[in-house]
Design a protein around this ligand. Sequence first.
Ligand code: FMN
Length: 167
Amino acid sequence: MHNQTITIISGTNRANSVSLQVAKIYLGLLKKRGFEAQILDLSGLPNDFTQSALYDNEGENAQFNHFREIMANSDKFVFIVPEYNGSFPGVLKAFIDGLKFPQTFKDKKGALVGVSAGVLGANLALSHLTDIFNYCGMNILALKPKLSGIDKVLEEDRINNACTWSY
Ligand SMILES: Cc1cc2nc3c(=O)[nH]c(=O)nc-3n(C[C@H](O)[C@H](O)[C@H](O)COP(=O)(O)O)c2cc1C
């Protein structure tokens, strides 16, 4: 099924993140296999979106709505998830909280990739995110690569995966 819309989410709004670099590598790997995909970089979120686009202000922020529509119109997702304080970035949860529920994720498929400077490869973050997405009705692929020690394995346009684990 090569005509489905696949969106790769870089899961932090930190400028010049490693997650975005990994997202670009993932996009290249998909393209090599004949799949079209697009990157959604959370660093492009409006700075004030937790105030201007959530809860009573749902649908009110045009810039955030653009992100919402891309998410709602995607068939499959790949989340690149950096480890922040033993979990995933708070901005990613706030982003998820601002999306259309339940249609954004229900009965769709998602893949998760963990990225960390330390040894865990965001393992706990991926488990927690799996719970959240399952709650939202999305099926999460069991294979969840954990790219630990990312600064040691990241090369310009590839990952030297000697130190990574995926179980
Ligand atoms: C707020 C913050 C918290 C972090 N906490 C952890 C952590 O708990 N464990 C870890 O291995 N790395 C931690 N890191 C390092 C990131 O995993 C590292 O920066 C990696 O490159 C992925 O994040 P990035 O996509 O923002 O670059 C943290 C980084 C930030 C900015």
